[in-house]
Design a protein around this ligand. Structure first.
Ligand code: SHN
Ligand code: NAI
Length: 218
């Protein structure tokens, strides 16, 4: 069976993490990075989790998990050190059609956490479908070493440039060709950078923008 790969928008979605130890902490952090609305259920919590609760970043229910806690949730992570508790969370999630990951317990996971290489908005997620997390980790390290550190900034600039091009040029092969061309070269933040000039030149060539207006464009 092949896993379905996707990148989820979790902003404002209610997500629950059961447990607040080392593994839970990293899951909470990645949910917060995605701006999810996080509820943590755990009698004890590591200092960083407590700080998130004190700062209002998460809701911490300081008690053990109880059946019914998943009502209204979008996604659940069961990360206690007790497999039976994690499996009970998974069972409730299944009965409610909520996606759930019981950490390190593949039969009780609807989705797996991948290894991630990140540069700003660029994310590369690696999965071996649980065959070898160690391999996923090694590939993550190799990709991380191979990719330039400023790739995120470059991508942000490329995104801006793409929006400029898309705003003036209608959908079609010439636009697609230009966007491929721009994605291969250095894109710079300043107005006169070669890629930006190329994009304007192209817009003029194609007759989408008159020469004067392209030259004075911010
Ligand atoms: C199925 C899955 C379910 C899930 O948890 O989502 C799962 C399951 C299990 N992991 C186990 C072991 C290890 N996991 C890691 C590391 C990571 N594990 C992660 C994900 C996943 N782990 C999901 C599948 C991912 C995939 O392959 O697609 C990563 C990618 C992401 C993350 O955890 O956030 C993160 C790397 C992050 C990074 O560094 O980039 C290491 C490495 C180390 O710690 O040194 C080891 C030891 C080496 C080894 O075993 O390979 C065991 C046996 C436990 C035991 O022995 O008792 C099980 C259970 C089993 O296999 O039955
Ligand atoms: N720590 C590690 O490096 C690794 C841990 N794991 C596995 O991940 C799981 C969690 O590990 P850790 O985070 O290290 O454990 P931990 O012991 O640090 O944290 C467990 C958390 O679960 C909470 N908890 C216990 N019973 C609960 C209940 N009934 N309801 C709600 N919360 C409850 C505890 O208060 C604690 O916050 C374990 O199954 C462990 O085997 C797997 C790989 C590595």
């Amino acid at each position: 069976m092949s896993l379905f790969p996707m990148f989820l928008k979790l902003a404002a979605r209610p997500c629950v993490v059961v447990g607040a130890g080392t593994i839970a902490e990293s899951k909470i952090e990645s949910l917060l990075n995605a701006e999810a609305r996080v509820t943590v259920i755990s009698p004890e919590a590591l200092p960083r989790v407590q700080a998130w609760a004190e700062g209002g970043d998460i809701t911490w229910l300081q008690r053990e998990y109880a059946d019914g806690d998943l009502a209204g949730m979008f996604l659940a992570v069961a990360a206690t050190e007790i497999a039976a508790v994690n499996r009970a969370v998974y069972a409730e999630a299944t009965s409610r059609n909520i996606l759930c990951n019981a950490v390190d317990d593949p039969p009780f996971c609807d989705f797996y956490f991948p290894s991630i290489v990140q540069r700003g908005e660029l994310q590369i997620a690696i999965s071996t479908a649980g065959e070898s997390p160690a391999l996923a980790q090694r590939l993550r390290k190799e990709l991380n070493a191979a990719l330039p550190l400023d790739l995120g900034e470059w991508l942000m600039e490329l995104g801006r440039l793409r929006r400029e091009v898309v705003a003036v040029e209608p959908l079609g092969d010439p636009r697609r060709k230009l966007l491929h061309e721009l994605a291969q070269r250095e894109v710079c933040g300043y107005d006169q950078c070669p890629s930006r000039l190329r994009a304007r030149e192209h817009a003029v060539e194609m007759g989408y923008v008159p020469a004067e207006s392209s030259a004075s464009k911010p």
